[in-house]
Ligand binder design. Structure first.
Ligand code: ZN
Length: 259
């Protein structure tokens, strides 16, 4: 067991093996063969890898902080289950009709804290040197330790979530619903003035804007996840509107020809 400084609370002591995103999400992802391995697509190399577990890091969190983040992981998993069983998610969505909306009962503040906790884990991990949260690491760690989000949270972070309609494609051995795939790490992009971290998890496109800069024009019609409600309203958009997933699918198709 590594000894070091917990990146979240700052205490010095034993650190535990922390998953960067909840291992339980694996069970929700499409298995690609009978041995129940899962598929991971590298955008940079275009390679399709089969993995048994998602990545973890033994040098970022103490047991107390990992347990705290675990409470939010569970709330997110329940949210994902509700999302994956949303009736009508698989109806064909035409590109030129207004987006439909799925309303999912949950605690939006907890989902937001899950998202920020996950960003903290990736940003704390030396495996993702490009994902540093800088001074916001401390801000979000404090929110998580206080188990609440302040009134003026939009000065620091704003999160929107968009759902992708079911989208079947021909996989190696059978049809795969692309909206049950996931990229295990966030992508950081600078759009206009804003820094935006983007997760694509099981048909959920999660965008987190850090800092006061406004959302770029193309995202302004999507509303912030409101912490003081009892549900999240997810607009559902056609799958091919998601650039990252489209790229992932192209990469998967190319690497299949190399297999
Ligand atoms: Zn800690």
């Amino acid at each position: 067991m590594a000894i070091g400084v917990c990146k979240m609370c700052g205490d010095h002591g034993p650190l535990i093996r922390a998953h960067l995103i909840p291992d339980q999400l694996l069970k929700r992802m499409v298995p690609t063969d009978p041995r129940k391995t899962h598929v991971s697509v590298s955008i940079s190399t275009g390679k399709l890898k089969r993995k048994q577990t998602l990545e973890s890091d033994s040098e970022i969190l103490c047991a107390k902080c990992d347990h705290l983040l675990g409470l939010y992981d569970e709330k997110f998993l329940r949210f994902v289950d509700a999302w994956l069983s949303t009736p009508g998610r698989d109806e064909i969505v035409a590109r030129d009709v207004p987006a439909r909306t799925a309303s999912i009962d949950c605690d939006p503040a907890a989902i937001k804290l899950f998202i920020l906790g996950t960003l903290i884990r990736f940003s704390a991990s030396s495996r993702y040197p490009n994902l540093s949260l800088g001074p916001y690491m401390k801000v979000f760690s404090n929110w998580l330790q206080a188990k609440s989000i302040p009134q003026d949270y939009r000065r620091y972070a704003s999160a929107v979530m968009i759902g992708m309609a079911t989208h079947w494609v021909d996989g190696n051995e059978r049809k795969i619903d692309l909206s049950q795939m996931a990229r295990q790490g966030p992508t950081l992009c600078r759009l206009g003035q804003a820094y935006i971290y983007m997760f694509e998890l099981l048909g959920l496109l999660i965008l987190i804007k850090i800092g006061k800069a406004p959302w770029p024009e193309s995202f302004r019609s999507y509303s912030d996840i409101l912490r003081d409600r009892s549900r999240i309203d997810l607009p559902i958009i056609p799958f091919d509107t998601s650039l990252v997933f489209r790229n992932a699918f192209e990469a998967a198709r190319e690497s299949r020809q190399l297999d």
